[in-house]
Design a protein around this ligand. Structure first.
Ligand code: F0G
Length: 365
C-alpha cells in the first residue's frame, strides 16, 4: 500500500501511530535557487516547497496524522475552519478515511483552487458571512458541543505531522552542506507551523540528536494587513492582541487571531528568531522571483521570501547566513493571484505570418 514508511511516516518513531490514512505526503523538494540567493543576498538560500504535497500544501502532513487519530477514535464527522488549504486537505484525507467532512470558509475570501478541492473531495462547504477567525470560533463551539471532531491546528496531532517539515529540512540540509541552516523563514497565520517546527527542534535537542546551538532561528512573516504576531514580537508582549479587521492578497494568512501564539512566541524568541510584516506588493514581487526559478507558489508562500529580503535589507539577517525559506502552498491554489501577478495573454490571429508579425512588433511582458 501507500504506507511503508515514506514521507511523513518515515518518522513514525516521532509520531503517535504506525498505521496511517496516507496519500502519501512529505518528501518535498529542498530547491537550490542560485539566482534568487544572489538577488536576496545571503550565503545560502534553499526553498522547501511544501506546495508539492498531494493536495498542494503542508496541511497534508498534519492531516495524515490528525485523520488517522480521528479514524482510531471512531468519530463520525470531521470539521475545520479554513482560509482554504486546511479545508482542501481535510476533504481529501477525510474522504480517503471514509469519513464525513464539514468545512467553514470565510465568504468571498478563499482562493478558487482550494474551494474546488474541497468540493470535489466531497466536503460539505459552509460559507460564513465573517472572517476566518469567526469561522474558527464557530467550529470550536461545534466541537465543544460534541457535534464534530476539530481538525484545525489547535488539534495537537496536526502539529505532530507538521514537525516532519523541520526534520526533513535538517536532515537534507545537513546531508548536502555538512551543517544545519542558521535560520528558517516561514509565513505565519495561526502559527501552527511555527509551533510544530519548534517542537521538532526541542525534541531533537532533548534526545541528544541536535546541539542547542544548531537549532535554526525561527523567523515568522505576516502580511502587513494581518500582523498580530509581529506586533507582539515587536512590543515584547506576552500575549497576542486579536485583530478584528484583517486584509491581504495572501488570503491563506488573512488571520487576526493566531490561536497557536502561546506555543509559537517562545519558539521565535528562544531560537533567537524574529517576526516581520511585508506589504502585498513585496509578496507579489517575491512570488514572481520564485516563479523565475521555476517554483510556483501562492501569495502567502512568497511572504517567506519577501520577509527574508526585508530582514536582509534592514541588516537583521547577515549575508553569511544559511537560510531555508518555506513555501507553503502551490501556485495553482490561487489562479486569480497568478493571473494578476503574471504576464497577460496576447490575442493573435490564426495565421503564422501574423503571429510572427505580432512577435516582432511587440515584446511579451
Ligand atoms: N501558508 C499557507 C499557504 C497557508 O494555507 C497557511 C494557513 C499558512 C501559510 C499559515 O500557517 O497557520 O501554521 O501559521 N492556512 C490555514 C488554512 C489557516 O485554513 O488553510 P500557520
Amino acid at each position: 500500500d501507500d504506507f511503508e514508511g515514506t514521507g511523513v511516516w518515515r518518522y513514525s518513531a516521532a509520531l503517535p501511530f504506525d498505521d496511517a490514512v496516507t496519500i502519501p505526503e512529505g518528501d518535498t523538494p529542498l530547491h537550490y535557487v542560485p539566482r534568487l540567493e544572489e538577488g536576496v543576498g545571503v550565503n545560502r538560500l534553499r526553498i522547501k516547497h511544501e506546495g508539492m504535497n498531494p493536495t498542494g500544501s503542508f496541511k497534508d502532513r498534519g492531516m495524515t496524522v490528525g485523520v488517522t487519530v480521528a479514524r482510531e477514535l471512531g468519530v463520525d464527522r470531521l470539521a475545520c475552519a479554513s482560509t482554504g488549504n486546511t479545508s482542501a486537505a481535510l476533504a481529501a484525507y477525510g474522504s480517503r478515511a471514509g469519513l464525513q467532512t464539514l468545512v467553514l470558509l470565510p465568504e468571498g475570501k478563499v482562493a478558487a483552487g482550494k474551494i474546488a478541492q474541497a468540493a470535489l473531495h466531497d466536503a460539505r462547504i459552509l460559507e460564513v458571512a465573517g472572517n476566518f477567525d469567526e469561522c474558527l470560533d464557530i467550529v470550536q463551539d461545534l466541537a465543544a458541543r460534541g457535534e464534530a471532531y476539530l481538525l484545525n491546528s489547535l488539534n495537537p496531532f496536526r502539529l505532530e505531522g507538521q514537525k516532519t517539515i523541520g526534520l526533513e529540512i535538517l536532515e537534507e540540509f545537513h546531508a548536502d552542506h555538512g551543517r544545519y541552516p542558521d535560520r528558517i523563514v516561514l509565513p505565519v497565520g495561526n502559527a501552527g507551523n511555527t509551533s510544530a517546527l519548534y517542537k521538532a527542534f526541542r525534541e531533537l535537542v532533548q534526545s541528544g540528536a541536535l546541539h542547542p546551538r544548531d537549532v535554526p532561528k525561527l523567523t515568522g512573516v505576516q502580511a502587513e494587513g494581518a500582523a498580530p504576531m509581529v506586533e507582539a514580537i515587536e512590543n515584547d508582549a506576552d500575549e497576542v492582541r486579536r485583530w478584528e479587521e484583517v486584509e491581504t492578497k495572501a488570503t491563506a494568512i488573512r488571520i487576526g487571531n493566531p490561536v497557536n501564539a502561546p506555543k509559537a512566541l517562545p519558539g521565535i524568541r528562544e531560537t533567537g528568531g524574529t517576526a516581520v510584516a511585508v506589504s502585498d506588493k513585496a509578496i507579489t514581487s517575491a512570488q514572481r522571483a520564485l516563479a523565475k526559478e521555476g517554483i510556483g507558489v501562492e501569495p502567502a508562500s512568497a511572504a517567506s521570501v519577501a520577509g527574508l529580503q526585508k530582514l536582509v535589507n534592514k541588516g537583521v539577517v547577515s549575508e553569511d547566513e544559511d537560510v531555508v525559506c518555506l513555501t507553503t502552498g502551490h501556485l495553482l491554489k490561487d489562479p486569480d493571484a497568478a493571473f494578476e501577478a503574471g504576464n497577460k495573454p496576447e490575442p493573435v490571429p490564426n495565421d503564422t505570418d501574423k503571429v510572427l508579425a505580432h512577435l516582432e512588433g511587440k515584446s511579451g511582458s
